[in-house]
Design a protein around this ligand. Structure first.
Ligand code: HEM
Length: 533
């Protein structure tokens, strides 16, 4: 029987995280010759970027603090120290931003701005060593830590385990308490094993469990996403199962059932298996590391001249239903450096009432814009049907239940900032009776995502849905509104809502910041504003 030994410290509100990020992030123009590809070339060139020779060091805080100038800057992230002196000019957020972390442990500030950036891989060639407690004798000591990213991430993972709570599971019981909140039960038929998860006093939805089978059908790995924590569950199964996993949500008792197909039908299992201690733990959501699944590209459909709708399929051994407004990370090796980028999951058709059903825990759709100078997006653009790409477990802070408080929704989107709105718009129009106004800001008419589908929706839901297209670089043929986001636009739209409005904002940082300034000037309560960053 299992019990969690203590309650978690309340994790920081992820919503607050995104609000902080919203006010701080801005990209700078890098000097020619300082793109991501140029950085990758430099890291592979054999130039000593550590500045400390080939041996890794133990670095005290006192020593770290000395390296706080642009010409000599070290930065500590998740317990490791990197020499970022040469990286400064390649940093997309600019030197000044990076210098905020120079000579310090910058883990928190880094996570607030771009938690997804894979610094371990990008700065592997700059690794100076490990951050240690100050000692009275040597401030620098040699460390036998192999300079290899795999080993490093293992070390990081084990560090993480120390800050999490171990869960103990006795899976021979048919009814097992996985934490003070979650209960697991299991039973079997001749052909299948059913494992059911439920919660004391509250419900689990189809979005709350992400799981997979691996190691030739011998291991079950699951994650249950609760409000502030993630319960990680690793079970070494008593017998082998087939690789395909199926998950059903029981809306009567709000439980989730995983069905595993027995490899040897008719064989009776005496117990489900045993818990893998290192994989059974509860982790604050903010510290939870993503898992990646190698997924296949099923199809790619052009939406505009530079943006496509991608349909990916997770392996049959995985299940992940991504909540509305949430994103996943795509990960690719660019010149042997591992790069991740966040993309929101969308429905493949805004006009079809049943589109959400296609997001069945295995199929994922994303809209991705390819940038001319983007090393990552040109890699994605070149993918062909059948090719694979790693997709992470999900992340996000939006809650669909927020909508229940409002009759009106105002969406302010700049360019691809439209993508997080897609499922919310689909929900508001097809599954509820909300009134939605969409203000969509683009450069040219060719940049407008799903312009035809939006027009169809306007007709289908006239009286409940309206769009305002605004272009900053319109051609001569454009008769609509021109310019950028403006106070008068927002005032007009807010006037139509009689105060009961939720405002959703997504776009490039300057757009979001401007929108927030105007909304504040117009007296919109910050609790009624949600920004996607
Ligand atoms: C104090 C520490 C840091 C601060 C305050 C900071 C700040 C920023 C800011 C403001 C941006 C622009 C975000 C945007 O508009 O997309 C950015 C982008 C970026 N930074 Fe940092 N940064 C820090 C450390 C680092 C480090 C150590 C790395 C090492 C790999 C890094 C890699 C990146 C990358 C790859 C991007 C582009 C992200 C993207 O396009 O998704 N940053 N950073």
């Amino acid at each position: 029987m299992f019990k969690m030994s203590s309650l978690f410290p309340a994790a920081n509100s992820p919503q607050r995280h995104s609000a902080q990020a919203a006010t701080k992030r801005s990209k700078v123009s890098l000097q020619p010759g300082h793109s991501l590809m140029d950085w990758i070339r430099l890291t592979k060139s054999g130039v000593d970027l550590r500045g400390t020779g080939p041996r890794l060091l133990e670095v005290t805080l006192e020593e770290l603090n000395k390296h706080n100038k642009p010409e000599d800057s070290w930065i500590a992230l998740k317990g490791y120290v990197y020499n970022v002196t040469r990286y400064c000019n390649y940093h997309p957020g600019g030197q000044a931003e990076l210098m905020k972390g120079a000579g310090k442990d910058a883990t928190n500030i880094f996570n607030k701005v771009h938690r997804w950036v894979n610094f371990e891989s990008m700065l592997q060639a700059c690794l100076v060593g490990r951050l240690v407690e100050n000692t009275s004798f040597s401030s620098k000591k040699q460390l036998s830590l192999p300079p290899h990213s795999n080993t490093l991430s293992l070390n990081l993972a084990s560090d993480l385990a120390t800050s999490s709570t171990q869960l103990l599971v006795n899976v021979s019981d048919s009814n097992t308490e996985v934490s003070d909140k979650v209960i697991m039960t299991w039973n079997q038929s001749n052909t299948d094993v059913h494992v059911t998860w439920s919660m004391n006093g509250t419900s689990l939805s189809k979005y709350d469990l992400v799981c997979n089978i691996h190691d030739a059908g011998r291991l079950f790995q699951g994650e249950i996403y609760l409000e502030n924590e993630v319960l990680m569950i690793g079970l070494e199964l008593k017998e082998q199962v087939k690789k395909e996993i199926s998950v059903t949500h029981n809306s009567l008792n709000n439980s989730i059932m995983v069905t595993l197909e027995k490899f040897a039908a008719d064989k009776k299992w005496s117990i489900l298996g045993s818990a893998m201690q290192s994989h059974c733990q509860s982790i604050p959501r903010s510290l939870h590391n993503h898992r990646y699944y190698l997924s296949h590209l099923i199809s790619k459909t052009a939406i505009t001249h530079d943006t496509c709708l991608y349909h990916f399929k997770l392996p049959d051994s995985c299940y992940m239903c991504v909540p509305v407004g949430y994103h996943v990370y795509l990960q690719a090796d660019i010149g042997e450096i591992c790069i991740s980028r966040p993309y929101t999951i969308v429905v493949p058709d805004l006009c079809n009432v049943n589109s959400e059903l296609l997001l069945d825990g295995r199929n994922l759709f994303m809209m991705i814009k390819a940038y001319n100078d983007g090393a990552f997006t040109s890699n994605v653009k070149n993918l062909r049907e059948g090719d694979t790409l790693s997709i992470s477990t999900y992340e996000g802070t939006f809650s669909i239940s927020m909508l229940s408080l409002y009759q009106n929704v105002l969406m302010l989107c700049g360019g691809t900032g439209f993508t997080p709105m897609i499922r919310i718009l689909h929900y508001c129009l097809h599954k509820s009776k909300k009134t939605v106004q969409l203000a969509f800001y683009n450069k040219t008419v060719e940049d407008i995502l799903w312009m035809d589908k939006l027009s169809t929706l306007c007709m289908q839901f006239s009286g409940r849905f309206s769009i305002r297209h605004v272009l900053s670089q319109p051609g001569k043929e454009w008769n609509g509104e021109k310019g950028r986001i403006a106070l008068a636009h927002l005032q007009d739209m807010l006037n139509a809502c009689q105060d009961n409005v939720l405002v959703l904002v997504c776009g490039p940082m300057p757009f979001t910041e401007q929108a927030l300034r105007y909304l504040s000037e117009l007296g919109v309560n910050s609790n009624s504003i949600f920004t996607f960053t």
